[in-house]
Design a protein around this ligand. Structure first.
Ligand code: CP
Length: 320
């Protein structure tokens, strides 16, 4: 029996509007794409003849490439543009750039931008599906979805599972999106790091804030590390990188505090020897490259869902 999905969300700007059922739908479609791919199917026709624009106005390796690969697997034409190579660098506004992209016949826009709120602004400006690939310190919904997808694969139902997010929470869009996603899935989230980067105010999001690293690590089922977001910090939040590493870096000594089967995650890019010891990044507990791999399947699902909502078409789950 084939399963049909009727998805209504044309845009993916943040995790907040998604229901628990929506998350399960995204994961089901991503799982179906992963399973079909691993069974040998290289291409799917879901976006055949469609043009996807990857508008990346901030640097990216993983997100941009994963979207490009996802587009190609769905048979879409994918064109990537960066800020420096676009007319934004000549003073054109984002609105004008977007309207030109529409005039050129695009079907979906994926955007990364340094300003919080830019993805929502774009969604209000043009009549196309907009997928947020990271806007300032606001949201990185596709990262959170691929993180939770990976966690569910590894840990099963996340209800009651303990996830500790350690690092620069204050400036992290990944942390914000993950908190929303993990809470919707029933996980218990602890935030850890220096109090200048992990203020107590975050408890209003339904999480525990813990500045004692041992306490934050020892009962966690998963530890998600974040790098220091120098590009978004407006002042120094601790004396030096060396002092951050000494106080909060996950090293081999501190790794003895974690449960033997706890998984270690990182959205990347990782700074080896700063927030994570190099051996731990490559250890059996690490799922960092699984996260990257799953990012392609989750983004295939999201592209298919958002586009189907735009053209008012139902989706049949791919079968193996
Ligand atoms: N995780 C993440 O967003 O990585 P990139 O900056 O390389 O896309």
């Amino acid at each position: 029996m084939s399963v049909s999905i009727d998805w209504k969300n044309r845009n993916l700007i943040s995790i907040e509007p998604l229901s628990r059922t929506d998350l399960d739908t995204i994961f089901s479609l991503a799982r179906a794409y992963k399973s079909a791919t691993e069974s040998g199917q290289a291409k799917f026709d879901a976006l055949e003849g469609r043009t996807v624009i990857n508008l990346f106005l901030e640097p990216s390796t993983r997100t941009r490439l994963a979207f490009e690969i996802a587009c190609k697997r769905l048979s879409a034409d994918c064109i990537s543009i960066s800020g420096g190579a676009s007319s934004l660098s000549k003073g054109e506004s984002l609105k004008d750039t977007a309207q030109n992209i529409v005039a050129l016949g695009a079907d979906v826009i994926i955007m990364r931008h340094a300003s919080s709120g830019s993805a929502e602004y774009l969604a209000q400006t043009v009549d196309l599906p907009i997928i947020n690939a990271g806007d300032g310190s606001h949201a990185h919904p596709t990262q959170a979805l691929l993180d939770s997808f990976t966690l569910v694969e590894r840990l099963g139902d996340l209800k009651g599972k303990k996830v500790t997010i350690l690092g620069d929470i204050l400036f992290s869009r990944v942390a914000r999106s993950n908190i929303h996603c993990l809470r919707k899935l029933g996980a218990e989230v602890t935030l850890a790091g220096p109090n200048t980067l992990v203020p107590q105010d975050f408890e209003a999001m339904g999480v525990t804030v813990c500045h004692n690293l041992k306490d934050a690590l020892e009962d966690a089922d998963a530890i998600m590390l974040l790098r220091i977001q120098h590009e978004r910090q407006t002042s120094t939040h601790f004396p030096s990188i060396g002092e951050y590493t000494t106080s909060f870096g996950l090293n081999e000594r501190r790794a003895h505090w974690i449960k033997p089967d706890a998984i270690i995650m990182h959205p990347g890019p990782i700074n080896r020897g700063v927030e994570i010891d190099s051996k731990l990044a490559d250890s059996a507990n690490s799922v960092i490259l699984e996260q990257v791999k799953n990012g392609v399947f989750v983004r295939m699902a999201l592209l298919h869902l958002c586009h189907s909502a735009h053209i008012h078409s139902k989706i049949q789950l791919p079968t193996t």
